[in-house]
Design a binder for this molecule. Structure first.
Ligand code: ATP
Length: 367
């Protein structure tokens, strides 16, 4: 779509959410300016623990309305271990947004950037380039907020529905196909615990049903415990992985560790009509206000947002701007020897932002 000005609902959240978002907005603007000279319309809303303390609501009505109307949501991180709902749970507006907008596919790309450091000594770590898709509207997290515990026991329920699993797997096969067109293996691996839980045997059976409709993609399975082992031993062997909510929550942190830390892992939460983009990390209260937050995952999440907008609106400029951010981040790591604090280095939020902005400035666009 030509001359589209996208309305982006900006939700920095709490803690380092503010810091990585503040670093990201100039990067987004610079990338859009580089390719098209057109602005994005940012509409900032406060959600999370701070606003909950002030107003009694973690997502005020104005923020809900802005999220509904926006072309996309860009989210920092939210929550504070010291601020809780009366039942003791942490404030987590991102979970409410996922459920409300049915953001069923949590897309977590895990790629080791050129020049970035993995804790794996094997040189093949340079080839880590997989995507973990986490179901986000049901699974074990559907038990959230339902408390029937008593002094003797507590039970949480894993919910898998046919409709929920089918849309998840179809999304996964579609993503594997798209990556195959770009030279990846074209493989989707279902991560489950089908050997123990009926819900997971059901999940796997639906995966196998849907695989029949996608014969061009190699479909296979792995138990979640074995997946944890393989992800540490040979993560470069995976292409696209798909799993239920809780397993995905755990494995995506493991995956972030493989590519250098939470600050390197972006995510896209995709639903039928809405998309929310945020780094995989939380609010990191231990490093707030020290310029130690790595904003890389936030930048890469913004690129995922532009890519998604490009698909939805058939917008070549947005696609090109996403490419600009990805290339600039790659170049910054490859050439500036960036070593964020979380890797034991001394490059902080501002330095990483400036290096990426400099790369955007000097990038030569293909004619
Ligand atoms: P949540 O439950 O919301 O996912 P969490 O408590 O599991 O959050 P994070 O806030 O993601 O955890 O932080 C986990 C660790 O990773 C902390 O030590 C934190 O300092 C570090 N960390 C997280 N994000 C970043 C970042 N962007 N840059 C540097 N360190 C980070």
């Amino acid at each position: 779509m030509k001359n589209q000005v996208y309305r982006i609902a900006i939700m920095p959240g709490d803690g380092i959410g503010h810091e990585v978002m503040a670093a990201c907005l100039p990067v987004l603007e610079a990338a859009m300016a580089k390719v098209a000279g057109r602005p994005l319309q940012f509409d900032t809303h406060h959600v999370g623990a701070d606003v909950y303390q002030q107003t009694g609501s973690d997502i005020p009505a104005t923020a809900w309305a802005a999220a509904e109307a926006a072309d996309a949501m860009l989210f920092g991180a939210a929550g504070d271990p010291n601020v809780r709902y009366p039942d003791g749970r942490e404030i987590a507006p991102q979970l409410d947004l996922r459920e409300h907008f049915q953001l069923f596919a949590g897309v977590r790309p895990l790629r080791l950037l050129p020049g970035a450091r993995s804790p794996l000594a094997d040189p093949r770590a340079a080839d880590i380039d997989l995507v973990l898709i986490r179901e986000q509207t049901e699974g074990l997290f559907s038990a959230r907020g339902i408390d029937d515990s008593n002094a003797q026991q507590a039970t949480d329920v894993m919910t898998i529905t046919r409709a929920g699993a089918e849309r998840l797997f179809d999304f996964g096969f579609g993503l594997a196909r798209r990556r195959k067109a770009a030279g990846k293996p074209g493989r989707l691996t279902c991560v489950d615990k089908a050997n123990v839980l009926a819900s997971m045997a059901y999940f796997r059976a639906i995966f196998d049903d849907r695989a029949v409709a996608h014969p061009d993609i190699t479909a296979d399975h792995v138990y979640v415990d074995a997946a944890a082992l393989h992800l540490v031993r040979a993560p470069w062997e995976y292409d696209v992985m798909v799993t239920e909510n809780m397993f995905g929550d755990i494995l995506s942190d493991l995956g972030a560790g493989l590519i250098g830390g939470m600050g390197m892992a972006p995510s896209a939460d995709i639903g039928p009509h809405h998309g929310l983009f945020q780094p995989s990390h939380g609010t990191a209260p231990d490093i707030v206000g020290q310029d130690k937050a790595n904003p890389t995952a936030m930048f890469l999440s913004a690129a995922l947002m532009l890519d998604w907008l490009a698909d939805r609106h058939d917008d070549a400029a947005a696609r090109q701007a996403a490419g600009v951010i990805n290339s600039a981040v790659d170049q910054a790591y490859a050439t500036a020897d960036l070593l964020p604090y979380e890797h034991g280095g001394s490059h902080g939020t501002a330095e990483i932002r400036d290096q990426v902005l400099q790369q955007i400035d000097s990038l030569q666009l293909a004619p």
